[in-house]
Ligand binder design. Sequence first.
Ligand code: 9YT
Length: 132
Amino acid sequence: MIVRNIESLRGTEKEVKTKNWSSTRLLLHNDDMGFSFHETVLHPDTETKIWYKNHLEAVYCIEGVGEIEEDSGRKHNISPGTIYALNKHDRHMLRAFSKMRMICVFNPALVGPETHDQEGVYPLLTTGEKNV
Ligand code: 9YT
């Protein structure tokens, strides 16, 4: 069994920070769950271009408001209780109108240090050191 508190991950390599968001990665590839599980905090008034061409992601909002815009231009409001699932590796734009807190699940699991490239893609990493 794995039992972990997010506070124990603050300031470690499992808290990945970028200009628009920070992601605390509670479960990763080497936890052998078949998915990774993160808490992502989106900074207010940010716009992030994302395309998980190598991964599937589900995102559940627990705090804040924003929107997701599909490539087609279709927009969806996001508020606490909203989940979206990128089941078609959908390219999208994610806008945070306030601080947002999201619970995110990735399949395949992230290894740990992934951040977006210019296209909003995460590389497909497959190895990592065993987590403690
Ligand atoms: C919602 C989203 O994809 N934000 C970018 C960060 C990502 N959720 C992650 O790596 O935790």
